[in-house]
Design a protein around this ligand. Structure first.
Ligand code: ATP
Length: 456
């Protein structure tokens, strides 16, 4: 049964006034068409979790429309979104036809910021076979909420006034599955036992919400996770399911959220405790060695790339994948549709490893080390470094933090001023100058000049 206390004052107090106004306009539009409009999902969860005197920066708003005649109003969400867009012409409207969901997006808007509003038409989803994409059909709000992942994400607030004879009121919290209780006892609980079989990405979502919110995964829900993993739902998916690309895209998105979050370490530990890394590959286990490697790579990245020019989350994922047999790496990376760069790195890792391990221990001079390692990309060297011996690791570190940054003491202009004719010889001179600098034979501009005059 819906809870009866009106949540509108709470919502109004916590939201920015411009967003509140927008919600009011949307609810008036729905009301005038005889529809119901609900605020649902993570927004309701976050509003209820926010302290009374704290404002909430809500940038993702999920709305659901229902209460219409199924045959005529299938596109209610889209109609409502179009109407709002007329009032806010700066918003971009996009439609996911398949799911009857319309989205309104604001980008760097002076008052609304980067706001994203999804307006869905209430629907039921049927899962004809495990992990398939849902078939969509217009239906009621209860069924819409029932298809969601966890009780704390299956709460709704009614934004419209009821029609004649209806029980609930504007501002009511609709809590059909005990979400409020779970919010209070800080638990992640699924709505039904088959949840993880239907959609295995929910395992990663459970972990993400648990760690992010400081909640625990309720014990029965944990059992369902373990059961889904033990039943090998992912393997089946990869082999049989034509819908796998959509699912693996979502899995990659969840992995990205987890591996780029500041809480990635406890989240990865929890995934490992649940054996959920087997969803990437059945042999993937977070051994002590792998755990050390991934932390070490992250420390290196922090120092070598403080500006985050590389995708640190992706490199962490590559460390996990690189732990598998070389023949399996590309399969997993391709299945997850990782970017080309990533695939290339994983493909070449074994070959680079062999070359570096074979040659580097024989090189003494800094220039030799430099000339060998400069053939490889930084990220490949970082991936390789944690998989090799301590002495090779030290040398790679020396290369990445010092040698790779050494520049020749003169440049092309200086050579011109010294009277050399521009041409391919410049590259040769500057390269040799760099080698001499790396090996400590020259230290200053004057010494560099003398070096060139002696040799060319
Ligand atoms: P966040 O704050 O991380 O954005 P969120 O709850 O808003 O959290 P979204 O991924 O934006 O998460 O999803 C919005 C809502 O859609 C969720 O609250 C949930 O109700 C529903 N949802 C999202 N993914 C799934 C899924 N895989 N299965 C079922 N319901 C889902």
């Amino acid at each position: 049964q819906p809870l009866t206390s009106c949540l509108l004052p709470t919502i109004k107090a916590r939201l920015a006034p411009e967003i509140w106004r927008l919600l009011e306009q949307a609810s008036n539009e729905a009301q005038s068409r005889g529809w119901h409009l609900y605020l649902v999902g993570g927004g309701v969860r976050d509003l209820l979790l926010t302290e009374a005197n704290q404002p909430l920066l809500l940038q993702d708003i999920d709305l659901v429309v229902d209460g219409f005649h199924r045959a005529t109003d299938d596109g209610a969400g889209l109609e409502l979104a179009s109407k709002i867009q007329q009032m806010y012409p700066q918003a971009r409207l996009s439609v996911h036809g398949e799911f009857q969901t319309a989205a309104l997006l604001w980008h760097k808007d002076p008052t609304l910021g980067n706001l994203w509003i999804d307006i869905a038409t209430a629907r039921t989803e049927f899962y004809p076979y495990p992990a398939a994409n849902p078939e969509v059909e217009a239906s009621s709000i209860r069924q819409d909420l029932y298809r969601r992942d966890f009780t704390i994400n299956a709460l709704a607030v009614r934004l419209t006034s009821p029609k004649k004879g209806e029980f609930s009121r504007k501002g009511d919290l609709l809590d059909f599955f005990g979400g409020l209780l779970d919010l209070r006892s800080r638990q992640i609980r699924v709505l039904h036992p088959n949840s993880f079989i239907e959609d295995p990405t929910r395992i990663y979502r459970a972990v993400r919400f648990a760690v992010r919110l400081g909640f625990t995964i309720e014990s029965q829900t944990e059992e369902y996770i373990r059961y889904a993993i033990a039943s090998g739902v992912y393997e089946r998916l990869r082999l049989e399911n034509q819908q796998a690309p959509a699912l693996t895209t979502r899995l990659r998105t969840e992995l990205k959220y987890i591996l780029q979050a500041e809480y990635w370490k406890p989240a990865l530990q929890l995934l490992a405790d649940l054996e959920a890394l087997r969803c990437l590959h059945q042999d993937l286990i977070l051994t002590n060695q792998l755990w050390w490697q991934i932390r070490c790579v992250s420390r290196w990245l922090k120092i070598i790339d403080p500006e985050n020019n590389f995708d640190h989350w992706l490199i962490r994922l590559e460390v996990l994948i690189a732990h598998l047999n070389p023949s399996e790496r590309i399969k997993v990376a391709t299945n997850l549709q990782l970017p080309k760069d990533s695939l290339q790195r994983l493909k070449k890792l074994e070959q680079i490893e062999t070359e570096v391990i074979e040659k580097l221990p024989h090189y003494q001079r800094k220039s030799e080390i430099y000339l060998l390692l400069r053939q490889y990309k930084y990220v490949s060297l970082i991936l390789l470094s944690v998989r090799t011996s301590k002495s090779i690791r030290r040398t790679i570190w020396q290369y990445l933090t010092r040698l790779a940054k050494v520049e020749p003491l003169l440049n092309g202009n200086d050579l011109k001023n010294l009277g050399y004719q521009p041409g391919p010889i410049y590259k040769q001179i500057l390269d040799n100058l760099l080698i001499a600098t790396l090996d400590g034979k020259i230290h200053s501009y004057t010494e560099a000049e003398a070096f060139i005059q002696q040799n060319y």
